[in-house]
Write a new protein. Structure first.
Length: 248
């Protein structure tokens, strides 16, 4: 398969939300479509995907999407996963883009992104969405790993973790124990992705994201995501599962 998509193992548990329509679109790329053409074949796509070359030089990527309703797209894994996020979480991606474009219009583009744009980029690239009971969320915030993956482990049966960030999804094609997601808590009780998308699109606000309201989790520690984590010794690696003393 062209463009690196042959590396995707669709049986990986973190890819469950992306298999439909991901597998079918990957097959179209294998058949000769560009990534943009494959994504545009989905009738409900919220934006048109266009070749990267259509982004004018000097114009911010986010501003172009907001103004033109088109997403510049390269042929590769990174933009393929970004396209899937647009298809599965259209309202959230539209909200993120609107916030990004508004910030650029107000502040311009400087040598540094600034707190708001940095947080928006971080969300777009590396966030995982968590629906979890209060006790598990609180323990995760304070990196109480003995609770998160020990005494509270049964609560993961009531929990959904969705890898949203397309850079994180791409990195997980070669998973490493220390790979960490920025975790954003979702309070929508339904596990239906459309309901999560609708809730998230109304919840995201620039001033809140600028405070970086994220917890952190080494994703291979999630029960069911790595066979090795069935053994308690997996979590004894202090270089990965750092003690609360390392937190702010």
């Amino acid at each position: 398969m062209a463009h690196g998509l042959e590396r995707i193992d669709w049986s990986a548990p973190w890819l469950a939300p992306w298999r439909d329509p991901g597998q079918a679109l990957a097959a179209r790329v294998e058949a000769g479509y560009s990534v943009a053409q494959a994504l545009n074949s989905v009738p409900t796509a919220p934006r048109q995907f266009v070749p990267q070359a259509q982004l004018p030089r000097g114009l911010a990527y986010e501003s172009f999407i907001f103004a033109q309703g088109q997403v510049p797209t390269r042929d590769g894994l990174h933009d393929f996963f970004n396209g899937l996020a647009w298809l599965r979480f259209p309202r959230t991606k539209l909200r993120l883009n609107a916030l990004q474009a508004a910030h650029i219009a107000q502040c311009g583009i400087g040598p540094q992104r600034g707190a708001v744009r940095d947080a928006l980029t971080l969300f777009d690239e590396n966030v995982a969405l968590l629906q979890a009971p209060d006790a598990l969320w609180q323990a995760l915030q304070y990196k109480r790993w003995d609770q998160v993956f020990g005494t509270l482990r049964p609560l993961w049966a009531q929990t959904q973790l969705i890898v949203f960030g397309h850079a994180l999804t791409e990195k997980l094609l070669a998973p490493r124990k220390g790979m960490t997601a920025h975790v954003y808590r979702v309070l929508e009780p339904s596990h239906d992705l459309a309901a999560v998308d609708a809730w998230l699109a109304t919840d995201l606000r620039a001033e809140v994201l600028a405070r970086k309201p994220f917890a952190h989790v080494p994703v291979l520690g999630v029960p069911g995501w790595c066979p090795d984590n069935e053994a308690p010794a997996f979590y004894a690696d202090a270089a990965v599962f750092r003690s609360p003393n390392h937190t702010r």
